[in-house]
Design a protein around this ligand. Structure first.
Ligand code: SF4
Length: 326
């Protein structure tokens, strides 16, 4: 591994000053970054450890909840208020990684984790995300885990997070601190599609810091479900996952949120399918109709075409669970 400097600033301003310099990289739990450094995929000159910053709190504000960027995945998943108000987020977090990793990984780090495309990690293979312009090993290679929505000719990788799928469905907001002040970004605008710049996973500036995620109050707590399909029962990334949240009153769907994981370069919100659900009875037939609409525009590759058949069934199943039909 390349030698690097390590610092642990005690204030947000010192962190912002440090990351403004080229070659610096933030580290929190390190559960992905250290792997990337060991394999030579990322080689920062300086690690800026942000664990001294007071960003671990989970608290209510008028109209929603604030989750600090350094809150651990396990801490958020087990938080009483989160379980009560946003069980979808708790379910998604508990579906991710392993207990040991959830005890290290932070909310901000989870958002910043890189794809698990095997060609990205193999420095002997071409990869436009790791080295722009070198090609895409997965396009004609083994692409079983790869995207069926929003892929580009440059990159067909998927974002690996479960937590982010739930936060996309919950319309969360990302709070970002820069040297010029604070800005807020819709969670669904935080991650990017690959397009012609697959090296960029998200819209965070190199000199910016995620400080929190905020979730507005909603009426989905009673009827939400996170369904993840994977090769093993635990400690595996999603082949496909679905975050489903419904507001059902007198058997009619008043509002709906639907997002998928394991299918795109970012958490994939299914807004057209949400519109199909609204105003309809909460029945299996409605859910099957929405699932078919959700698949519009999907495209498979040599080894992942099975996702095209599997996805509508998983969407339907997640919605049935959310509605209490199974
Ligand atoms: Fe690299 Fe993306 Fe292609 Fe994977 S899919 S090899 S990450 S360019």
């Amino acid at each position: 591994m390349k030698q690097f400097q390590y610092i642990r600033p005690s204030t947000q301003q010192l962190v912002l000053d440090a990351i403004a310099k080229p070659g610096s990289k933030i580290i929190a739990g390190g559960s992905n970054l250290v792997d990337l450094m060991k394999r030579g995929v990322m080689s920062p000159d300086k690690l800026v450890d942000i664990n001294k910053l007071p960003l671990k709190n989970i608290s209510a504000y008028k109209g929603g909840y604030h989750i600090g960027a350094l809150a651990l995945n396990s801490q958020v998943a087990e938080d009483t208020a989160i379980k009560q108000h946003f069980p979808l987020l708790s379910m998604a977090l508990n579906a991710g990684a392993s207990p040991q990793l959830r005890n290290m990984a932070t909310v901000g780090g989870n958002m910043m984790q890189r794809t698990r495309c095997t060609y990205f990690y193999d420095t002997t293979m071409p990869c436009n995300k790791r080295v722009p312009g070198t090609g895409c090993g997965a396009m004609e290679g083994i692409n079983r885990m790869h995207a069926i929505f929003g892929a580009s000719m440059q990159c067909i990788a998927v974002h690996p997070s479960d937590m982010c799928v739930a936060l996309a469905a919950l319309d969360a907001t990302v709070v970002i601190q820069g040297r010029k002040g604070t800005r807020r970004l819709k969670f669904t605008d935080f991650h990017r599609l690959a397009g012609t710049t697959p090296e960029l996973d998200n819209n965070l500036g190199k000199d910016e810091l995620i400080t929190a995620v905020e979730i507005a109050d909603n009426r989905f707590a009673k009827n939400s479900y996170y369904l993840k399909v994977r090769d093993r029962a635990s400690y595996a990334f999603a082949l496909i996952s679905v975050a489903a949240a419904l507001d059902i009153q007198d058997g009619i769907i008043k509002d709906a949120r639907l997002a998928m994981g394991g299918v795109a370069h970012k958490p994939w919100r299914l807004t057209t399918a949400e519109q199909v659900l609204k105003g309809k009875p909460a029945t299996a037939a409605t859910f099957e109709q929405a699932a078919l609409v959700a698949m519009e525009g999907a495209k498979g590759y040599e080894h992942n075409a099975f996702k095209l058949k599997m996805a509508p069934a998983i969407i339907t199943e997640a919605l049935k669970h959310a509605a209490g039909l199974v």
